[in-house]
Design a protein around this ligand. Structure first.
Ligand SMILES: Cc1ncc(COP(=O)(O)O)c(C=O)c1O
Length: 494
């Protein structure tokens, strides 16, 4: 039966005001994008009036098509300005060691990484089975790039103490078929900057490109350095760095859908492009994966950068740094919690050393107190942890975090660790990716209270049992479970 209340195509059109009210009502169920209490997914500078400006700029160009820069020179101009700004911030442009730096605006970090891998792969057509070397802490998008592009992935383990790869291990992982070596500045999970200069040097010695994934923190580190923080070299100032990605929809605080992929020179960028004229329609030249692309994100980012300016970003970085310090101090003050890494960028990541303190229960307790943190499962010798992406909007909230963290820890201790039922434990032990049929996952999801409501939701408030189950099973089973589960959520609303 068609549900007229929810149909995106009702028999009779709905008045504009009501449609907006409906969207606002739906949004009320979302995590709060503003207010400094959500430590993942969103980047909030907490600057009054910026949203309105970005929205207006976005709307101005939303219908403009980036498909053809000659038809819409406004987009070309803004895109070139964004690339120039990113290149200058990251050690490129006139008067630097990368004077020929060029780039493209993409739709996000994942697209930038896929294109960096594609450019590296297609620059070496003689290699039949290309390979990509990435530290284990590298973003999952590298694995996605490898998967999409049929490039083999060689992951280099990270030291559990430093959360960085050993340079010798990176060097040893480079083979004749390696087309790209990647590293992070910083890594998303722990906010740790890889030894970029050393990794770039071993890549250059082997004649291989080196990509620095600065998607997450590439717009934060330069300002932190200007504030006097000890940020190691990670950009084009480092010889051997051939490309860098930086997401403007992260620490540049632009509305979502905008990242920049930079190359040290145009020859390195050339294999990123796709041109096609062998059909009867328009000749197609795409620098990025999308062909038709909205001008909205580009205009939104342009307006955001111009309005905030270098002085604005410096102030925001200072606030962010102070918030990071305050949150880290709050973590240090709690018995049983331990920072997994000393914060060196904009991440606070902690774990629990006490078996009576269940991190996944703690995450739920924090959520009940209005703090939305991100649980990270144990992986390859690294313990489960809690990740906080810290943005400038968090600064005014920091003083409230400490007491709430202490309260949440006390509550988590009282509640005790999650104990999976004998039935679930037996199931978890027996699960293999092949055995996971959609029916089995649906039964499991229903048993865990997941995905029951209209349009696939709502999710249960407490996720500790689900996280404990995921933590208990091998990586391949985690992947299958999540894929099947999201498939269950994504069903048409008729
Ligand atoms: C280091 C890093 N690389 C890549 C990405 C992927 O970016 P996106 O989610 O914009 O595709 C992220 C996202 O958090 C990231 O932190």
């Amino acid at each position: 039966m068609i549900d007229e209340e929810w149909s995106a195509l009702p028999e009779r059109g709905v008045a504009a005001g009501r449609v907006l009210d409906e969207i606002r009502a739906l949004r009320a169920g979302d995590r709060p994008t503003h207010g400094g209490r959500l430590f993942a997914y969103v980047y909030d500078p907490g600057v009054g009036g910026l949203d309105e400006l970005a929205r207006a700029a976005y709307a101005e160009s939303a219908h403009v098509n980036g498909l053809d820069p000659t038809a819409f020179p406004s987009l070309l101009a803004m895109e070139n300005a964004l690339v120039g700004a990113a290149a200058r911030l990251l050690g490129g442009g006139p008067g630097t060691s990368a004077p020929e730096a060029v780039g493209s605006v993409t739709g996000g970090g994942t697209e930038s990484l896929i294109l960096a891998v594609k450019a590296a792969r297609d620059a070496r057509p003689e290699i039949a089975e290309p390979r990509l070397v990435v530290p284990a802490s590298g973003h999952a998008a590298f694995a996605k790039a490898a998967h999409y592009l049929r490039v083999a992935l060689d992951r280099v383990p990270v030291d559990p103490a430093t959360l960085r790869p050993a340079v010798a291990d990176v060097a040893a992982a480079i083979r004749p078929e390696t087309v790209l070596v990647a590293c992070s500045a910083p890594s998303y999970a722990h906010g740790v900057v890889d030894p970029v200069a050393e990794i770039a040097a071993v890549a250059a010695t082997a004649g291989v490109r080196c990509h620095v994934d600065a998607c997450f923190g590439g717009w934060a580190l330069p300002w932190l350095r200007r504030l006097g923080e000890p940020v190691p070299p990670f950009d084009f100032a480092v010889d051997g760095v051939t490309s860098i990605s930086v997401d403007l929809h992260k620490y540049a605080y632009a509305p979502k859908g905008v990242s920049v992929l930079l190359h040290r020179d145009p020859a390195l960028r050339a294999p990123q492009y796709f041109g096609y004229a062998d059909w009867p329609g328009y000749t197609m030249v795409n620098p990025v994966i999308a062909s038709t692309r909205s001008g909205g994100p580009i205009a939104g980012a342009y307006a955001t950068l111009r309005h905030l300016g270098a002085d604005g970003y410096l102030r925001l970085a200072e606030r962010t740094r102070d918030a990071v310090r305050g949150l880290a101090a709050a973590v240090r003050a709690v018995d049983g919690l331990r920072l997994l890494a000393e914060p060196e960028s904009t991440v606070v990541c902690f774990t629990a050393d006490d078996p009576d303190l269940d991190l996944f229960v703690l995450v739920d307790e924090l959520a009940e107190r209005g703090w939305h943190t991100q649980p990270q499962l144990s992986y390859a010798g690294l313990p489960a942890s809690v990740h906080l992406t810290v943005t400038a909007a968090v600064a005014p909230r920091v003083a409230e975090f400490g007491p709430d963290l202490a309260g949440a820890v006390a509550a988590a201790r009282t509640a005790g660790p999650v104990r999976l039922s004998a039935e679930l434990l037996a199931l978890a032990g027996a699960l293999t990716p092949e055995a996971l049929t959609p029916e089995l996952v649906a039964g499991l999801a229903a048993g865990l209270g997941l995905g029951g409501g209209p349009a696939g939701g709502p999710l249960p408030g407490r996720m500790a049992v689900v996280n404990t189950l995921l933590d208990a099973v091998p990586v391949a089973v985690r992947e299958r479970l999540l894929v099947e589960f999201v498939g269950l959520l994504q069903r048409p609303a008729w």
